[in-house]
Design a protein around this ligand. Structure first.
Ligand code: RFL
Ligand code: PHB
Length: 390
């Protein structure tokens, strides 16, 4: 097989890139390790920045998002019983976020690739890149037990945090930066009306909690847990009791509980690999960087990487111009590090750090009190939450 751009990973980053390149006349093949049902069964992000929404429009996949997504003009932060609404729209000159699940984004992208006869090969095993330093790299993989080879001009690693593309870069050519947090998030999806029409991020003595949503009858809640927590040890009742305890009383009183549809634990981690290029290999999305979900930035960062990278590849194919490819790593990383900072800051503000009792707790409280009293601090939060410019 031969294509122009070989993409490893059929998550949002890989599918979005494939769709944008296709519309610009560049051929792609996406190799995805899992089955489509598995990919579409993952419950992940829910908050889309305007830059992400614009990319969906450019990719001609925004129809359902425009119809079913909810525009949110504010977000709430609670600290014990105190509550603060951050007026995203008012503080950013009119910017908002869209609540629309990553699962739906991925479904829309798959539908669009299918409609254009895009080549997405699922259950591709043992995907391995070769000759990345040459002008003619290729990928080998196994499909239905048969060995396959895909020749291409470029290989794009969109294979998430546990992918193989990053490991193809020699260790002495890659620098990594990491912070592992001593906790995780236990998430529950339930077919219950959301407790609030806007998100509530809550800090309580017992730890962090988040009330999010997917639609009028579908709620997504999280509570801070141990990083190695087993979700099976959490009955629905145990989860609801913990969540209620950690929310302001007035919110807890309104909480409608019900059977969970999905329950999972996500460890919290910050990670960046530099640079995002080695020869003809480019990394994008979670393959290159991870943020803790507190700032709602992971999926949005994958999208801004794809914005830079798709433009750079199109310039190369249309005009033979390699400037965009040469500056991709530096441009993307500049935005990545700002989102890393914001996600780290939100995480530090809102979680209980086991080693932090005493001084650290007081500093967190002071940070929240400052936020309550300062429009400048709220503006800084709002401008990061809606997404820094591309
Ligand atoms: P993905 O989605 O992980 O997709 C990578 C794909 O690559 C496949 N793959 C391979 N394919 C072939 N060969 C291999 N060797 C492969 N290895 C892996 C995988 O099967 C998969 O299909 O990465 P991508 O596309 O970069 O997208 C990134 C986002 O998924 C991620 O950043 C977000 O989900 C993070 N995130 C959030 N981001 C936001 O912007 N807003 C949010 O509100 C938000 N909330 C969250 C989140 C992540 C969470 N979890 C579970 C970590 C909430 C949670 C709980
Ligand atoms: C979600 O709805 O899953 C969600 C929302 C906001 C976050 C993280 C996750 O910061």
């Amino acid at each position: 097989m031969r294509t122009q751009v070989g993409i490893i990973g059929g998550g949002p980053a890989g599918l979005l890139l494939s769709q944008l390149l296709h519309l610009a006349g560049v051929s792609t093949v996406v190799l995805e390790r899992r089955s489509r049902d598995h990919v579409l069964g993952r419950i992940r992000a829910g908050v889309l920045e305007q830059g992400f929404q614009n990319l969906m429009r450019r990719a001609e996949v925004a129809g359902r998002m425009e119809r079913d997504g909810q525009v949110h003009s504010g977000v709430n932060i609670a600290y014990q019983e105190d509550r603060l609404r951050i007026d995203l729209e008012g503080l950013t000159g009119g910017k908002t976020v869209m609540v629309y699940g990553q699962t739906e984004v991925t479904r829309d992208l798959y539908a669009a690739r299918d409609a254009l006869d895009g080549m997405v090969i699922d259950e591709a095993a043992d995907v391995t890149p070769h000759d990345l330093e040459s002008d003619s790299p290729y990928l080998t993989f196994e499909k239905d037990g048969a060995a396959e080879r895909l020749d291409c001009d470029f290989v794009i690693g969109c294979d998430g945090s546990h992918g193989i593309s990053r490991t193809a870069i020699p260790a002495d050519r890659l620098q990594t930066f990491e912070r592992v947090y001593p906790f995780g998030w236990l998430g529950v999806l339930s077919a219950t009306p959301p407790v609030n029409d806007e998100l509530i991020y809550a800090r309580h003595d017992l730890g962090f909690a988040l009330c999010s949503l997917r639609g009028p009858g579908l709620s997504r809640y999280y509570v801070q847990c141990r990083a190695d927590e087993n979700p099976q040890h959490w009955s629905d009742e145990r989860f609801w009791t913990r969540l209620k305890t950690q929310l302001p009383a007035e919110v807890a009183a309104r909480l409608v509980t019900g059977a969970s549809i999905e329950k999972s634990v996500a460890p919290l981690r910050s990670f960046v690999a530099e640079p995002l290029r080695w020869g003809r290999l480019f990394l994008a999305g979670d393959a290159a960087h991870i943020v803790p979900p507190t700032g709602a930035k992971g999926l949005n960062l994958a999208a801004s990487d794809i914005h830079y990278l798709s433009g750079a590849l199109v310039d190369w194919y249309r005009q033979g111009d390699s400037a965009g490819l040469d500056s991709y790593s530096q441009r993307a990383l500049a935005r990545v590090w700002k989102a890393e900072r914001f996600s780290w800051w939100m995480t530090a503000l809102l979680h209980r750090f086991p080693e932090n009792e005493g001084f650290g707790d007081r500093i967190q409280r002071a940070e929240f009190d400052y936020l309550m009293s300062s429009k400048a601090a709220q503006t800084a939060l709002a401008e990061n939450y809606v997404g820094l410019p591309y």
